[in-house]
Every structure is written in C-alpha cells, then in structure tokens.
Write a protein that binds this ligand. Structure first.
Ligand code: SF4
Length: 120
C-alpha cells in the first residue's frame, strides 16, 4: 500500500524543486526531482531528517560575551532541542580559535560543535 504523497521542497540547491515522496512497503519513491541530489535529499527528509545547527556559547574574559558556534555536519532534527540544552551549559575562556571544538561528539552522534570565529 502506498502512503499519501508527502510534499517536500528541495533545499539542496537554489532551484527549489517541489518534490513529492511516496512510501510503499519499505520503498521510497521521489517524484519531480530535478536531479539525483534531490532524490537523496527527499529520502533523508523522510527517514532521518537533519539540520545544521547554529547557536552561541558564553566566553569569559573575551571582547564579546558570546561566541557563535555551529555543528560540523547536519544534526538529527529530533535531537536539536537536547543539543541546544548542552550548548547552553558550555562556558569557555578566551582566547578561542576558529574551528576549535567546543563540544566533541555531541550527544554521541559523532558530530562536533565548533567555533565559527576567533575570539580574543
Ligand atoms: S532536485 Fe536537484 S535541481 Fe531540484 S532543487 Fe534539488 S538539488 Fe536542485
């Protein structure tokens, strides 16, 4: 039995194709994708949706009190709230270097949270 069509807008490139995903007994069919990347994007969205996460952490003795950070790879969407709670607990001491790991292997996902800039 085939599921109701799931509409998804592909964000893998600026073209923004309007995709339609149908699930049928372990199979996933993607319609209207302009390329293979869109097919993969839609499959990921229905089986394991992920997002890049950007936030800030506190830094002591720095020229700014907050440091922008981001995930090193798209993070499981269902665990983003939990990740943000972990990020809020972090307190660094200046100086911080760009790409410095702020949280290693966040929530056991293998994904790091890293600094997006230097902070003296
Ligand atoms: S399906 Fe391909 S062409 Fe269409 S938006 Fe996605 S990446 Fe771009």
């Amino acid at each position: 039995m085939t599921s109701e069509p799931i509409p998804i807008i592909c964000v893998a490139c600026p073209k923004g194709c309007r995709l339609e995903v149908l699930r049928s007994e372990g199979d996933i069919l993607v319609n209207h994708a302009g390329c293979k990347r869109g097919q993969e994007y839609a499959r990921g969205e229905v089986t394991d949706p992920r997002r890049m996460v950007a936030s800030t952490v506190k830094v002591l003795n720095a020229i700014h009190p907050l440091l922008p950070v981001y995930t090193s790879a798209p993070f499981p969407k269902g665990r983003i709230r939990e990740l943000l709670a972990e990020i809020r607990k972090v307190e660094l001491k200046a100086p911080v270097k760009i790409n410095q790991v702020v949280i290693e292997n966040a929530l056991g996902t293998g994904i790091d949270v890293v600094a997006s800039r230097d902070l003296e």
